[in-house]
Design a protein around this ligand. Structure first.
Ligand code: ATP
Length: 248
């Protein structure tokens, strides 16, 4: 069903919003639309996902209508991809600030945390045609009223906007703000402005000791810095350095 969001003031993001009650995954639906030629800025939104996923095939939990579950079709250049990934978490940090006044932070590469607990996750996937980048799909799961205590796997690490603020939020209000934040940042990227330094200000990981699992290997060390391409520079206990790409 096509959805019209009142007072949405954007030029690209959300110019078309397709709303479903239930989907296996908004990522897969957006990917299909993108392959079929959907315009840039098309948003696929759903109230419930039966096979919601995070990075590396991890699960994303959301009870019906408790969260913003959406995927947005972008058509960036390959060079813009790292910035688009940053746009994901930065637009959520800005949205949380605008709708609630609360501060949130970014755990590298792209989790959004309030008081150390995860309130949102971002997932970016490329759609390729042969070698060429046809589209990038940016997925967002943002917990609005999700009762995390009903999900043992995440109850100690996750939170919701409502739980942190101690009040209700209208999903459509949060959505409108989020689409507007994404739009503004995307226009900035298209103008050649960089969102890296804006994003980096909110990344709490730098300076922390972290353990990062990439594929079957695990790296532990001090997170020294994040490069403009989004990769993390880690200093191991033996003093050697390793650079870890966002996708890992
Ligand atoms: P991590 O959060 O461990 O760094 P990740 O960034 O790879 O992992 P995502 O792709 O963002 O993870 O999402 C999947 C993970 O997020 C799951 O493994 C689970 O730990 C957590 N998770 C799943 N659903 C939610 C939710 N609704 N709110 C917060 N965290 C969730």
């Amino acid at each position: 069903m096509e959805l019209t969001l009142h007072d949405l003031n954007t030029s690209i993001v959300g110019r078309r919003i397709v709303h479903y009650r239930t989907l296996p995954s908004s990522m897969d639906a957006a990917r299909k639309l993108a392959s079929d030629g959907a315009p840039e800025g098309t948003v696929v939104l759903c109230d419930e996902q039966t096979e919601g996923r995070g990075r590396q095939g991890r699960k994303w939990f959301a009870s019906p209508s408790s969260s913003i579950l959406m995927s947005v079709v972008f058509r960036p250049t390959t060079r813009q991809l790292p910035q688009l990934n940053m746009l994901g978490s930065l637009s959520i940090v800005n949205t949380i600030e605008k709708v609630s006044g609360m501060r949130s932070s970014i755990k590298w590469p792209n989790d959004v945390l309030i008081s150390g607990r995860k309130v949102a996750g971002i997932l970016m996937e490329s759609v390729l045609q042969g070698q060429a980048l046809q589209a990038a799909i940016l997925g967002v799961g943002l917990n609005i009223s999700l009762d995390v205590s009903s999900y043992p796997e995440i109850s100690s690490i996750a939170t919701s906007l409502a739980a942190e603020a101690g009040r209700r939020f209208e999903r459509s209000d949060v959505l409108r703000t989020l689409l507007q934040e994404m739009d503004a940042l995307y226009l900035a990227i298209k103008r050649g402005e960089e969102v890296y330094s804006l994003w980096l200000r909110h990344v709490e990981t730098v300076g922390q000791i972290v353990r990062i699992t990439s594929g079957r290997s695990e790296e532990e060390g001090l997170a020294e810095s994040v490069n403009p391409d989004g990769s993390l520079v880690l200093r191991r206990a033996d003093g050697s350095r390793v650079t870890i790409a966002t996708g890992e």
